[in-house]
Design a protein around this ligand. Structure first.
Ligand SMILES: C[S@@+](CC[C@H](N)C(=O)[O-])C[C@H]1O[C@@H](n2cnc3c(N)ncnc32)[C@H](O)[C@@H]1O
Length: 294
């Protein structure tokens, strides 16, 4: 087992920069001044990055050296970070958090019992609508995935790829994104919106817009898809409309009592698997890109 205490004494940058997946999550995270708990924070590579984005962070690690190096750096930069030296298996957080980070700490624990206890702790202190971000070795991925899947309805997967499982705690059918001002606040599943963003967000001409009481994803001024409540809305175009409606887990998009031809609603079972979500988003992208830019 790696002796991090010794490694941290020898070098200030043992783990390197934050993982791109963690960076991408926070760059797209729509909250300001969120409360973030970083369990097994080490020298604070994530905690420091997250605090630089204006969030409040509590880092917990068993390494005294790691915690004091993180706090020294935080003081130099005047960042809002607190640190606690503790074993994450024993540690009992006293507050709730918007985001809990478990970045390559679970594989360090003695056994699955400890890993599950820490996952339970992380999930308990996550606020409704909040996220748990786990980065760990592929060997432990199945345990982590099934921990969240065994709580049906309670968690929505925001990311599941080799080495990373990011989940959002359900807040009932509808999540209200708290970064919006009161009058702007809309109701949609932020975990689903984040998954869509990851498929479409890098494309040229990409813009997000709060609309229909949800969120719309546009390319060059044309809507490609959107999220309202827990539904994925896909702009499929007239030609493919009937075929799409004949597929499972779809229905017409009907906001006003008259279905909007060319738009379909895909319900949760239809986009749960990443490959299915990707396919639907791609259909919306294809249609939006077939239209003249606005
Ligand atoms: C691979 S490092 C990752 C550190 C940090 N999360 C990062 O990504 O830079 C694993 C960290 O887990 C900490 N750790 C291991 N077992 C722990 C435990 N039982 N309680 C708290 N921290 C622990 C180690 O001290 C080390 O800082």
């Amino acid at each position: 087992m790696t002796d991090y205490e010794r490694q941290y004494r020898e070098s200030r940058d043992v783990c390197g920069p934050p993982f791109p997946e963690i960076v991408a999550f926070f760059e797209r995270y729509d909250r300001t001044r969120a409360k973030v708990l970083d369990l097994g924070c080490g020298q604070g590579r994530d905690a420091l990055f997250v605090a630089r984005m204006g969030h409040h962070v509590l880092g917990v690690d068993i390494s005294k050296t790691g915690i004091s190096q993180m706090l020294e750096q935080a003081e130099r930069e005047d960042l809002d970070i607190r640190g606690v030296v503790a074993d994450v298996v024993e540690y009992e957080p006293s507050e709730d958090y918007d985001v809990v980070i478990l970045d390559r700490v679970l594989h360090m624990l003695k056994n699955d019992g400890e890993r599950l206890a820490v996952l339970e702790k992380a999930s308990t202190v996550t606020k409704p609508g909040g996220f748990v971000l786990v980065a760990d070795t592929p060997k432990h991925q199945r345990l982590i995935r099934s921990f969240f899947e065994d709580r049906p309805g309670a968690w929505v997967k925001a990311r599941d790829k080799k080495g990373y499982i990011f989940v959002q705690k359900s807040c009932g059918m509808l999540c209200v994104p708290r970064s919006s001002s009161e009058e702007e606040s809309m109701a949609y599943d932020e975990g689903l919106a984040q998954r869509v963003r990851e498929e479409i967000g890098e494309l040229p001409g990409y813009v997000e817009k709060k609309m229909f009481g949800g969120i719309g994803f546009m390319l060059h001024g044309n809507m490609a898809c959107g999220v309202i409540g827990a539904d994925l809305i896909v702009r499929i175009g007239s030609e493919r409309y009937e075929t799409a409606l004949a597929e499972s887990h779809t229905r017409p998009f009907d906001m006003t009592g008259r279905p909007m031809r060319g738009w379909v609603v895909v319900t949760a079972e239809g986009y749960e698997a990443d490959a299915d979500l990707k396919g639907w988003v791609q259909r919306g992208v294809d249609y939006a890109l077939s239209l003249p830019a606005k």
